[in-house]
Design a protein around this ligand. Structure first.
Ligand code: NAI
Ligand code: MG
Length: 338
């Protein structure tokens, strides 16, 4: 079956890893009719805006996108296009599966799916400076906002994900002992939702700081983790670190009307244009996209080919201690799929 989807190659290493990913997808027999659109710096240079209307319209139409990383200037300049897209399409679930692929990494046997709330919490951007005695920045404040609706749908998403994907347990991660209102509501709603899954999916809950430690001590005790926006942001990078870093970390931003799949890492300007970036994270994101459109067997073959290329064939890009170029690696995965 042919699927329609929006394609954004992205900035920095984006075009290189996207080319590699498209090659692997084709070898896996995935059939997509791509509507290619611009975003980020590439769009700014071409269309005068980092997020052209045509790009938004395309995703509205297809409801599905594969996206390369987009550069966001730090401090000044335009706001994050990634955040704008999450807002525009209410992509409330950020799903980040992490599995051990490289042997002899920090940990073997890591298999964790982090489900992060993507639209609320401290990242709503309600921030202000309060002047005192002529100091314009004497006080700074940020307001965290969570809603019952927002907590409910993300925890439900995590449990439904667990059911669909044969997972045993969901861990609700919070800081309700201190943040009694925002984190308290998340925990309360989370426990309520979990009752509907009794006997089907196990549940436990954990305070964020303890969770951060336990992940490092023994990641095998975790299965699916669901948490609020900022905690999820931090934990997902920690979990990626357990298996060898961002080069292997894919993510999906999923809402009711649209889903956007991407690598967790950014545009890596320090290595852009050199053909040495690891395309694995974007390839794994493409596999998530195939799962999403009901092509799980094809997605599974892609993941297996990638894992065998790294593990069995020992073909790796520089970030994983190898010397394969982006395209050499992609070609090796392609051969595994032949
Ligand atoms: P980054 O993830 O681009 O790079 C961090 C480090 O990891 C760099 O040393 C880079 O060379 C390395 N790295 C990242 N991906 C790699 C890959 N596939 N293969 C090999 N090495 C890789 O993070 P940084 O430098 O903080 O951000 C660069 C730009 O990317 C910024 O403008 C940032 O806003 C943007 N960004 C975009 C994201 C997105 O589009 N979803 C996510 C994160 C950052
Ligand atoms: Mg982050």
């Amino acid at each position: 079956m042919t699927h329609r989807a929006t394609l954004i190659r992205g900035d920095g290493i984006g075009p290189e890893i996207m080319e590699a990913t498209l090659r692997v997808m084709a070898a896996a027999g995935a059939s997509f009719e791509w509507d290619e659109q611009l975003g980020g710096v590439a769009a700014l240079n071409d269309a005068g805006t980092p997020l052209p209307d045509a790009t938004v319209e395309s995703i509205r139409h297809t409801g599905l996108a594969l996206k390369g990383p987009l550069t966001t200037p730090v401090g000044t300049g335009f706001r994050s296009v990634n955040v704008a897209l999450r807002r525009e399409f209410d992509l409330y679930a950020n799903v980040r599966p992490t599995t051990s692929i490289v042997p002899g990494g920090r940990y073997d046997g890591v298999d964790i799916v982090l489900v992060r709330e993507n639209t609320e919490g401290l990242y709503v951007g309600f921030e202000a400076h309060i002047p005192v005695d002529g100091d314009p920045k004497a006080v700074a404040q940020s307001l965290a906002v969570v809603t019952r609706h927002g907590c409910e749908r993300i925890v439900r998403y995590a449990f439904e994900y667990a059911l669909t994907n044969g997972r045993r347990k969901v861990t609700i991660v919070h800081k309700a002992n201190i943040l009694k209102a925002v984190s308290g509501l998340f925990l309360e709603v989370g426990r309520d939702v979990s009752r509907g899954y009794e006997g089907r999916v196990a549940v436990d809950d954990m305070i964020i700081d303890a969770c951060a430690m336990k992940l490092v001590l023994d990641p095998s005790q975790f299965d699916v983790i669901v948490t609020t926006n900022m905690f999820g942001d931090i934990l997902s990078d920690e979990i990626a670190g357990l298996v060898g870093g961002l080069g292997l970390a894919p993510g999906g931003n999923i809402g009711q009307r649209a889903a956007i799949f991407e690598a967790v890492h950014g545009s890596a300007p320090d290595i852009a244009g050199r053909g040495i970036a690891n395309p694995s994270a974007l390839i794994l994101a493409a596999a998530m996209m195939l799962d999403h459109v009901g092509e799980a067997p094809r997605a599974g073959r892609m993941r297996e080919a990638l894992a065998h290329t790294i593990r069995t064939d020992g073909i790796r890009t520089k970030d994983l201690g190898g010397h394969a170029t982006t395209m050499e690696f992609a070609d090796a995965v392609t051969q595994r799929l032949a």
